[in-house]
Every structure is written in structure tokens, then in C-alpha cells.
Design a protein around this ligand. Structure first.
Ligand code: SAM
Length: 280
């Protein structure tokens, strides 16, 4: 981790969020000036979902859904923590008339934008606002993630994904969401979930300063980069993650696809990715 990043992570989170929002507004103004934003690209300051190019990342993920998980155009998808529809937008092109998409998120602004722009294009894309408290994304939320029931019937979903969501959730919340994933997945269903996973290699790379994040604050079941707002970025040990899967009767369908965050060279994505299915 570079010294500049270390300083940023040491600042109070509300200050970091305020400064980031200011910068994103500057970039939004630039986009407006040079007309560099089409109708299906949300303003960057609407809801922060991480760096990188919005469209390129969305398309890359949909490519992984198809190549790694065999997603078909007629399937029903659940997007946990859908944000501003980064994956829903390329899925508009991929799903056919039989396919369906459900997304939910704790950001009311993001869900409103998705309904106004994405559902408008295709009413089979449905978005739900979940007023769940998350210190980083919805600090005033009224509900707890551990009580939230996903807006889907039992065994109704072919493919679930959560991109960069469990990296902002605490252990008891992840455990409950895994139970919900198990509940909504069809017996033939599969899920692609991203994490920051700490194994021996990640630990070694973090210690030698090669990783882009340093999860130095340890608590009972997770590690974080920020003591006051753990939800800014949370990592789990590989054994803890496997325990969550086992408790929810989910199993890996493939070996973990490690990401580049830790400094590894071979990767699918920035985060570590687990592809899972229901245990038989
Ligand atoms: C880094 S963003 C990723 C957004 C989206 N998955 C993407 O890749 O574009 C993390 C998202 O998780 C959402 N989130 C945080 N806690 C959540 C929870 N308990 N349930 C659902 N979404 C949550 C945030 O509002 C935010 O949109």
C-alpha cells in the first residue's frame, strides 16, 4: 500500500466520503461539459461504487457470468447490492424476453436512478430499495441486514451475484445473506460472490507491502482497514469464509478465483471471486 493511500485510510470516513463526493462532482461537471455521458451512465457522484470505468467493468462482469458460470439469456438473476446498475445495464442487452433481473440495494438514490433509467427500458428489470443500515453506504438505515428477507421466492433464482458487497458487510450479516442465497437459489442455481480473502499468500503479500489494501485491524471474525468504520472494506480469512458456506449448505463449484488486490499476478478481477452452488 502506498503512503498516500495509507494516509487516506487513516482519515475519518465521513471526511473521506465528503472529499470523494466533491471530486466526483468535479468529474461529473467535466463529463457534462464534454458531453461524455450517455443516458445509461449514472452521474459518478450519485452513489459511489468504486473506481474504474463504469461500462468496462460492467461488461467484463457479464462476460464472467457467461464464461465462468454459464449464464443463459433466459435465466432469472438476483443482483445483491446492485448499486447504480453497473451489471444490470449490460444485462439489458444479454437477457432475452424470458430472462428476468431483480436487484436490491441500501441506497435509495441508486435504486431510484435504476428504476427511472433501466426499468424504463425493460420492465422485467425490477429494483428494490432495502433501508438497511450500513455505516459506509446507508448509516441512517432503519433495518438490520441480519433480518432482511431477499425480495424473491424460495428456489426461484437461477443465478445470484454480489459484486463488492460482502466486502462491506460484517460476519453475522454475511452469514444471514448466505442463508438467503441458499433459500432463493433453484437446485440447479449458482452464485458468483466477491470477497477480500485472507489466506497465507495474501498475508505474506500484505506484510511485504505488495497489496493495495492492508487489513491490519482485526476483530473476532473479520479484518478491516478502518477501525471506526469497518464497513469501508472488510476481509475474511479463507477458513471463516468456508465456515459461512458450510453453515448455509453452500459449496464451491470451482476453486477460488483470487483477485489482484493482494498483489497476486494471475486474476479474474480486483477482488477474490467464489462461484458456489447448493450442497446436494
Ligand atoms: C462497492 S458497491 C458495488 C455496487 C455494485 N455491486 C457494483 O459492482 O457496481 C457496494 C454496494 O453494496 C451496497 N450495500 C451495502 N450493504 C448492503 C446490504 N446489506 N445489502 C445490499 N446492498 C448493500 C451499497 O449500497 C453499494 O451499492
Amino acid at each position: 500500500m502506498r503512503p498516500f493511500e495509507r494516509c487516506i485510510h487513516a482519515l475519518p470516513r465521513p471526511l473521506v466520503r465528503g472529499l470523494r463526493n466533491l471530486w466526483l462532482r468535479v468529474l461529473d461537471s467535466k463529463d457534462r461539459l464534454i458531453r461524455d455521458r450517455d443516458a445509461l451512465t449514472p452521474p459518478r457522484s450519485l452513489h459511489h461504487i468504486g473506481g474504474g470505468d463504469f461500462k468496462t467493468i460492467g461488461q467484463a462482469f457479464v462476460g464472467h457470468f457467461v464464461k465462468v458460470c454459464g449464464l443463459r439469456p433466459d435465466e432469472k438473476i438476483l443482483d445483491i447490492g446492485c448499486g447504480t446498475g453497473r451489471m444490470a445495464i449490460p444485462l439489458l442487452q444479454y437477457l432475452n424476453g424470458a430472462g428476468q433481473y431483480v436487484g436490491f440495494d441500501v441506497s435509495q438514490k441508486a435504486i431510484r436512478w435504476c428504476r427511472d433509467h433501466i426499468t424504463l427500458q425493460n420492465p422485467r428489470f425490477v429494483f428494490y430499495y432495502a433501508d438497511i443500515c450500513n455505516k459506509e453506504y446507508n448509516p441512517r438505515g432503519r433495518l438490520s441486514a441480519v433480518e432482511y428477507k431477499f425480495p424473491c421466492d424460495d428456489e426461484s433464482i437461477d443465478f445470484v451475484f454480489a459484486a463488492s458487497v460482502f466486502t462491506h458487510m460484517r460476519g453475522d450479516e454475511v452469514k444471514h445473506y448466505f442463508d438467503e442465497i441458499r433459500r432463493v437459489l433453484k437446485p440447479s442455481g449458482r452464485a458468483m460472490l466477491s470477497f477480500f480473502i485472507i489466506d497465507d499468500t495474501a498475508n505474506r503479500l500484505m506484510t511485504s507491502g505488495k497489496s493495495s489494501l492492508n487489513f491490519h485491524v482485526k476483530s473476532a471474525d473479520c479484518c478491516t482497514i478502518n477501525r471506526r468504520t469497518p464497513e469501508s472494506a472488510i476481509a475474511y480469512s479463507e477458513s471463516q469464509l468456508f465456515q459461512f458456506l458450510q453453515d448455509a449448505k453452500l459449496v464451491l463449484s470451482l476453486p477460488v478465483l483470487y483477485g489482484s488486490w493482494s498483489g497476486r499476478q494471475t486474476m479474474l478481477d480486483y477482488q477474490d471471486v467464489a462461484v458456489v452452488k447448493r450442497e446436494r
